[in-house]
Design a protein around this ligand. Structure first.
Ligand SMILES: Cc1cc2nc3c(=O)[nH]c(=O)nc-3n(C[C@H](O)[C@H](O)[C@H](O)COP(=O)(O)OP(=O)(O)OC[C@H]3O[C@@H](n4cnc5c(N)ncnc54)[C@H](O)[C@@H]3O)c2cc1C
Length: 411
């Protein structure tokens, strides 16, 4: 029988970060992942400066050959194009990266293991409940069953979150979410230094979609090509990500050399639960992190950084609750989530409702892409890279929007 204080369910960014920080604090932790590492995860594989910052803090080795550094974003809409470097920021670095999730998640799980975490891949966890509390967790691997009795469980099982649903968590259906799909292609532009976004995303009928298409270079001869569409689209019921991928591939800039002939993998899709839309985030002896909590940023579909951040935050509160032998202290994790993200996500929900209106996305991108200053501060707002001190126009505009949203309806 394995004696552990904390069980972490899921070996993606949220679970591995929580396990890493708990292990580093000297806790007895087990991380279980149902797939074998390295495991594939449907994703754009894009790391923005917020993710890089968390990886730096965990001692990630950025010199691995699988990682391709990125200096900024190139955005297209129709004939318009703009290149923006990542901004200077007092905390976050001015660079990003692209790395396949199979490689990234394996390496972060290894970092957790080096902190003393017991990592068990190929192991599926299911809760055993006793009056709403997790009494034990059943771990199944190749038909072998082990029951463990952790004091606290960190639920990091991703967007479908079956473990979380068994605890009674639900996604607020009124809040927006997104669907995305991606595939790999070989491309002569694989060593490009920019992430590309196609902001004028259209379905096969030519309707403008709230969301964007991307081409992210991996540096190894291949690129990750994908689409993400928001549920605020006025014709959401007819939306089909495979159709969007077909339109995206057809419309990709010629220099990328993307076509059915250069395709390396089939389309794979996934759901992006956004703006902390899953509740409750804390139970009697468990907490939710990452996609299981719905932590994706609605502005741009990033979830890796928010999974690292919420995993780290949860680890601190789990540690405090264990030290005080008082599990009610887990409630402070929810307070910190609210204090850190609630207003920002409220603003972002307002934005994604706005761009769901017919023609709005096209109008905004066509106006914005003509003005470099506007695009620079838009990038800082959307990637959540605003500077708390030293406020520029972008931060000041955002402050005004936030003040309006604070007293307005909660979209
Ligand atoms: C198409 C698409 C493109 C995206 N592109 C980007 C991007 O470029 N940049 C970005 O920042 N974000 C992107 N995201 C979002 C990002 O992928 C997620 O937000 C991120 O993976 C969340 O991490 P997580 O650890 O919460 O969940 P996951 O990464 O999903 O990890 C959950 C893990 O839990 C395991 N698991 C599930 N159930 C169990 C169980 N019962 N027992 C044991 N293990 C279990 C799963 O196998 C999985 O490995 C994209 C998402 C999609 C769908």
């Amino acid at each position: 029988m394995t004696n552990i204080d904390v069980l972490v369910v899921g070996g993606g960014p949220g679970g591995s970060a929580a396990a890493y920080w708990l292990g580093r604090a000297g806790r007895a932790v087990m991380l279980v992942e149902k797939k074998e590492f390295p495991r594939e995860k449907t994703c754009g594989d894009g790391l923005t400066p917020r993710s890089i910052h968390q990886l730096v803090e965990m001692g990630f080795d950025f010199d691995v050959p699988e990682l391709h550094r990125i200096r900024g974003l190139r955005a297209y809409s129709g004939e318009l194009m703009i290149e923006l470097d990542w901004p200077e920021h007092p905390i976050y670095p001015n660079w990003g990266a692209i790395i396949r999730r199979a490689d990234l998640d394996l390496q972060v799980a290894n970092l957790a293991e080096k902190q003393g975490v017991i990592v068990r891949a190929h192991t599926t966890a299911a809760p055993i409940l006793e009056r709403g509390r997790i009494d034990g967790v059943e771990l199944v691997s190749d038909g072998e069953i082990e029951i463990v009795h952790p004091k606290i469980v960190v639920v990091a099982d991703g967007s479908l979150s079956r473990f979380g649903r068994a605890l009674g968590t639900i996604r607020d259906k009124r809040r927006p979410y997104a669907l995305g799909a991606r595939a790999y292609f070989s491309s002569p532009m694989s060593t490009d230094g920019y992430m590309e976004s196609q902001l004028d995303l259209r379905d096969e009928s030519g309707a403008s979609i709230p969301g964007y298409g991307w081409v992210f270079p991996l540096g190894d001869g291949s690129v990750n090509v994908g689409v993400g569409a928001l549920s605020t689209f006025h014709r959401w019921k007819q939306m089909n990500t495979n159709g969007l991928m077909t339109a995206m591939i057809r419309g990709a800039p010629e220099q990328w050399g993307i076509s059915e002939e250069t395709r390396l993998s089939p389309n794979r899709g996934g759901k992006l639960p956004m703006s902390l839309s899953v509740s409750p985030k804390v139970g009697p002896n468990w907490v939710l992190v990452g996609d299981a909590a719905g932590a994706v940023n609605p502005f741009n579909g990033e979830g890796i950084d928010y999974a690292y951040e919420t995993g780290r935050m949860a680890a601190a509160h789990v540690g405090a609750a264990l030290d005080a032998d008082d599990l009610t202290l887990l409630g402070r994790y929810k307070d910190e989530l609210d204090a850190t993200y609630e207003l920002y996500f409220r603003v972002s929900r307002m934005f994604v409702r706005l761009i769901g209106r017919p023609g709005a996305m096209r109008l905004l991108t066509h106006t914005g892409l003509r003005n470099r200053t506007v695009m620079e501060w838009t990038l800082r707002i959307m990637a959540n890279l605003m500077r708390p001190e030293d406020k520029g126009v972008g931060e000041r505009v955002y402050d005004v929007i936030e003040k309006i949203v604070r007293v307005g309806p909660n979209p």
